[in-house]
Design a protein around this ligand. Structure first.
Ligand SMILES: C[S@@+](CC[C@H](N)C(=O)[O-])C[C@H]1O[C@@H](n2cnc3c(N)ncnc32)[C@H](O)[C@@H]1O
Length: 219
């Protein structure tokens, strides 16, 4: 276990290690994660996700869109027991995996929901969160279109983007604004904590468009 784990996970460090073991054993068998990732589970996946905690306010309501094997949602929920995390994922096989992980780790601050971010029923069910996270789900413009309706005004969409961040922001900034992004920044998380900090595109959700009532036709 890397030394940063204790700093990031505190009392949940053993649970984080259990998550890594589950991924390396059952996760690889079940195709949730590739066998080549085994040696990089801590650095590239678990710590890289957990450092996002520094952007999340106390007791926030968080939705992790396209959680897949559980990133960044599961490490975040372990690092921050004060927040409530919904893992949103459309694929049945991954839903089964996530449900097992949540049960085995006894994560009382996590729920697993099957669906797609852009579905009306999902928007109605989840309402507006303080924070929406997403890693490796879609290009920035599409991600903003899908996810900003799930973020309350003044809340944040945190897109883990790595090396492509600045380029994606330049390319997609006007679309992001059109679909309700008030401000866009690129920040590094985990500087002075992990070897490779995580690059995150931070989009603040602007005020929500007012609903217009459909006019009745006069006869
Ligand atoms: C490449 S995987 C990344 C998984 C995880 N976030 C990670 O970083 O390891 C993309 C995930 O996004 C999910 N996904 C794709 N489109 C989605 C949508 N519209 N709403 C929610 N999830 C979606 C896929 O099912 C898949 O599990």
């Amino acid at each position: 276990m890397p030394p940063e784990a204790q700093q990031l996970f505190g009392e949940n460090t053993e649970s984080a290690a259990r998550f890594v073991d589950l991924l390396a054993e059952r996760g690889v068998e079940r195709g949730v994660i590739g066998p080549r990732e085994i040696d990089r589970l801590w650095g590239r996946h678990v710590l890289n996700s957990a450092v996002l905690a520094e952007l999340i306010p106390a007791e926030a309501i968080v939705v992790d869109v396209g959680s897949g094997g559980g990133f960044p949602g599961v490490p975040l929920a372990l690092a921050r027991p004060d927040i409530e995390v919904t893992l949103l994922e459309p694929m049945a096989r991954r839903i089964q995996w996530l449900t097992e992980v949540v049960d085995e780790l006894g994560l009382t601050n996590v729920v697993v929901v099957r669906g797609r971010a852009e579905e009306k029923a999902i928007r109605t069910r989840l309402g507006e969160a303080d924070i929406v996270t997403a890693r490796a789900v879609a290009p920035l413009a599409r991600l903003a279109e899908w996810c900003l309706p799930l973020v309350r005004a003044g809340g944040l969409l945190l897109a883990l983007k790595g090396a492509s961040a600045a380029e994606e922001v330049q390319r997609d900034a006007s679309t992001v604004r059109k679909v309700g992004g008030e401000s866009i920044d690129v920040v590094q998380c985990g500087v002075d904590v992990v070897e490779t900090p995580t690059t995150v595109v931070v989009i603040e959700a602007g005020p929500k468009p007012k609903r217009t009532r459909s006019r009745r036709r006069r006869r």
